[in-house]
Design a protein. Sequence first.
Length: 445
Amino acid sequence: MGDLFKAIFGQYAGKLFLLLGLGLLVYMFTATGVNPAPVLTLLVALSPIWIPLTLFHIFFERWQDYTGLKFQDDNGRVTLWVKPPQEVFKSPEAMEGIFAQIWNSYSRDNLIQTYIDGKRPLTFSFELASVNGEVRIYINVPRKKVKNAIESLLYANYPGIEVIELPVDYTAEVKNDLNKHDFMGFHFGKKDDEIFPIKTYIEFGLDRMPKEEEKFEPMAPIIEHIGKCKPHERIWVQWLCTPHVKHDFKNGFLEVKPTWEAAGKAKIKEIMEGEHSGDTDNPFTPSRLTTGERDNIAAMERNISKYAYEVSIRAMYITLDKDKFDGDMIGPILRGMSQWDMIGRNQIGLRWRTDFDWNWISDPSGTKKKYYKKRELDFYKSRNWIDGDAKKHSDSPKVMSSEELASMFHIPGKTVITPSLARVEAIRRNAPSNLPTGAPTDLWQ
C-alpha cells in the first residue's frame, strides 16, 4: 500500500505543486492589492518560449534514461565464472592492463547516436561471491561488446585460467522474499576527494614482483571471510565500473563537466602553492614540500594519467534462512575494505547501508528497511546503482583509475590459501581452441 501511494504521489506531485504555486502567487497578488492580470498576460504571451524550455528540462533526463537502457538491453549481459589457475605469477598490473583495454567511452560521432541510439559507456561488474561453500570470482559484462574481448584478455594475461559462461546467473538462487530470506546491503567508496588515490599495489610493492611467500595480498581478508560462509549464508561483493568521460551536450549532458584530470591538476597546483611551498612571492624560493605531500603529488599525477572509471562498490550479506541471520558476519566485510586505506591520502569507507543508526526513530515500522533491502537485491542482480544519500549525494559513484581498481580486484595468487576458493584443478598452459577471435577490435566498434 505504501509503495502504491509513493508511485501515485510521484506521478502527480509535480502537477500538484505547480497548481499550488500558481494559487499562492495569485493569492499574494490579491492580498497586496496588485492586479495579477498584467503579469498573467505576460506569462501567456511568453509561453511559446518558457513552456518548450520547461518541457525540455523535464523530459530530457527521462529520454536519456530510456535510450540508454535500450542501448544497454541491445548489448545484453553475461556472467562469466573465472577460475584462477593453481599458480599466478603476475602482479595486479596484469589486471590493470585488462581494465585499460576494455575501457571504452563509446564515442558518439553525431547527436543521433547520442540522443536516438542512446550510445554511451556501459557498466562492467567485477564480483566475489560465496556459492554453495565455494568462493568464486565472477565478471558480468555486456555480451556484444565486451564478452569476447575480456575472455581473450584473461587467457592472454593469466596462462592456465578458465572462464566459464553461466547459463543462469548465480544471483537467481536468492528470491526477493523477506519471509524466507534475510539480507543486508552496504555501499562503499572513497571517503575523501576522489582525486586522492587509495593505497595501490605499487605501495604494496607488488609491482616489483616479490617472491610468492613475500607477497602481501590485499584481497586475502575478504576472500578468507567469504570462505567462512555456512551452507545457508551468502556474501556477495561487486565493483560496478563505468568508463569515466567528459560531460557535455555531445555526450548527452546539459551540464558541462571536464574529466578528473582538470581537478587533479588544480589540486596538485594547490598543494604546490600551499603553506609548505616556501615564499609564494618569490618564484625562485625552493619548495619545502613534506615527504607526504611529494608522495601524494606523485601518486595523483600517476593516477590521472591512466584510464579511469566511475566506481560503486556494493556488498551484501544474505542468509537463506531468515531465522539464522548472523550479525557477526558483517564486521569482517567492513574491516576488509580497510586494506586499501592510506591515512593522510584516502580511504575506502562505508557510505550507506540498508539500516538506520536509530531504527526506532528513523523507521519504527520497519517499512523503509524492507523497501531498501528489496531494492538493493534487485539492483545487485541487475548490476545497477542508486545513490543511497538522496540529500548530500555522498553515495554517488567515485572516479578511480585502472591502477586503483586492479589493486582492489585482480586474480589472486597462491598467497591466498583459502581451500574454498575455486581454482582450476589441473595446470593448463594453453587457452581453449574455441576461444573467440577478433574480439579486441570488436570492442571499439
